[in-house]
Design a protein around this ligand. Structure first.
Ligand code: UDX
Length: 438
């Protein structure tokens, strides 16, 4: 199939490359000239395991091309996929201006029948709004479809090549059939539904996963009070097939480009219909509180932050990505600075992006985990990178001024920390049982 993908962010670029990998002819479009030039040189602008190799292979087979010329791409393709961003407005609502601009340009460029797939996460009803917009501007026939994206950063290629399920929202059987054919090499689990339900499935899925995380984080906070171990509680809960083990890791809360944005947007979508989504509002509130809980733990461990040196391990919102969007580390480092601490940070790949968001004279940018802990009063782990898991904690202890480890992701066990001589604080696990009421 001849496919044009508009927008070369995470979703667009990975989708484009994975379509090309299966033998489709793909043209990826972006208005960012520098990005397109970079891509045409064979470079990938994001850190995503496996993407560079797959893209190179597709370029060598001439199955993928990159351009800023939207008209040319639209005229080349039978199927056009819109994958531009829908960032949050101050109200929490999704900003649809990018998708609307693309739809207008696309409509004016059409030269015949097209299938137009919307991949961007959009509020319920947007596909139909875009449909009306294009129909108003183009004399040509077209079908619109909603195919929401569920890929995760850090495993985007794997998630696209082997998705758990593909959701296809369409208005007619024939378009449903064509899209099912396109996606059949990727998954056996293909669900065809109406457009509004497809739009809602995306928001509901992300909101549910965010709910799981906030739920386990509240359970963790209660575990600390009653002397239970949240890692054991999650394991025990997860053994129930109805609950499932995934997304029950307690920590400093979720971040990233999707959960914070999509939960706010769904609250707003409900609010626009005069529906108060109480549960989801609480999920967001719990998540915001959770990242500040770690500050209290640091204070509990070292006393006043002012004048102390705190090492931070991990800045990305999760491992295997250099993305720091809505990363809890931003609020945490900012608060520690406001409280008068000096901060030594280290992340394997996210430091450059973090520096663009938050830079201050009291931050030292370190080149290794060990450099960060040198003479520190405490080390605080915020992202569960594999590199940290492999650290020799005895060496860490030896390099620190006082051996205190605050583990925001429960990456280590209390026993590991204890064996290295470190005083250990984590989420939802009380190390010193004597501190509990009898
Ligand atoms: C998410 C969805 O998983 C994906 O389907 C959607 O397309 C985009 O949003 P992503 O943002 O890449 O993907 O990250 P994900 O792996 O889902 O993690 C999101 C956040 O939740 C991270 O900050 C992570 O640290 C946190 N998390 C995840 C927890 O705190 N505990 C868990 O048990 C799982």
């Amino acid at each position: 199939m001849k496919i044009a993908v508009i927008g070369t962010g995470y979703v667009g670029l990975v989708s484009g490359v994975c379509f090309a990998h299966k033998g489709n002819q793909v043209m990826c479009v972006d208005q960012d000239r520098n990005k397109i030039a970079f891509l045409n040189e064979g470079h990938v602008p994001i850190h995503e395991p496996g993407l560079q190799e797959l893209m190179k292979e597709c370029m060598e087979r001439s199955l993928i091309h990159f351009t800023t010329d939207l008209k040319n791409a639209v005229q080349f393709a039978d199927l056009i996929m819109i994958a531009v961003g829908t960032p949050p407005l101050p109200s929490g609502e999704a900003d649809l201006s990018f998708i609307e601009n693309v739809a207008c340009e696309l409509a004016k460029s059409m030269n015949g029948h097209k299938i137009i797939v919307i991949k961007s996460t959009v509020p319920v009803g947007t596909n139909h709004r875009i449909q009306r917009l294009i129909a108003h501007l183009s004399p040509f026939q077209f079908q619109i479809a909603s195919v929401p994206e569920f890929l995760r950063e850090g495993s985007a290629v794997k998630d696209t090549l082997l998705p758990d399920r593909v959701i296809i929202g369409v208005e007619d059987e024939h378009t449903g059939y064509t899209l099912k054919e396109l996606y059949s090499p990727y998954s056996e689990q293909i669900m065809i539904t109406d457009i509004r339900s497809a739009e809602m499935i995306k928001y509901a899925s992300n909101a549910f996963l965010a709910t799981k995380i906030s739920f386990i984080n509240e359970i963790a906070n209660i575990c600390e009070k009653v002397g239970a171990d949240v890692t054991q509680v999650s394991k025990g809960m997860g053994l129930d097939n109805r609950i499932g083990a995934a997304f029950l890791n307690a920590g400093i809360g979720y971040g990233g480009s999707c959960f914070p944005k999509d939960t706010q947007a769904l609250i707003q979508i409900a609010g626009n219909e005069n529906y108060n989504f109480k549960l989801l509002k609480a999920v967001v509130e719990v998540n915001n509180d959770q990242r500040f809980g770690i500050i209290r733990k640091i204070e509990q461990a070292i006393g006043k932050i002012s004048g102390k040196c705190i090492a931070i391990w991990g800045l990305a919102f999760k491992p295997n990505t250099d993305d720091v969007r809505e990363s809890p580390a931003i609020d945490i480092v900012r608060t520690l600075i406001q409280l008068g601490g000096t901060i030594k940070v280290y992340d394997p790949i996210a430091m450059r992006n973090f520096k663009k968001v938050l830079d201050a004279p009291s931050i030292t940018w370190c080149e290794s985990s060990l450099e960060a802990v040198d003479q520190a009063d405490a080390v605080c782990l915020l992202t569960e990178w594999e590199e940290f898991r492999k650290m020799d904690l005895s060496t860490v202890f030896a390099r620190m001024k006082s051996g205190i480890l605050i583990d925001g992701r429960n990456l280590f066990t209390p026993e590991q920390a204890d064996a290295a001589g470190l005083e250990y604080y984590s989420i939802g696990r009380v190390v010193n049982q004597s501190s509990l009421r009898a």
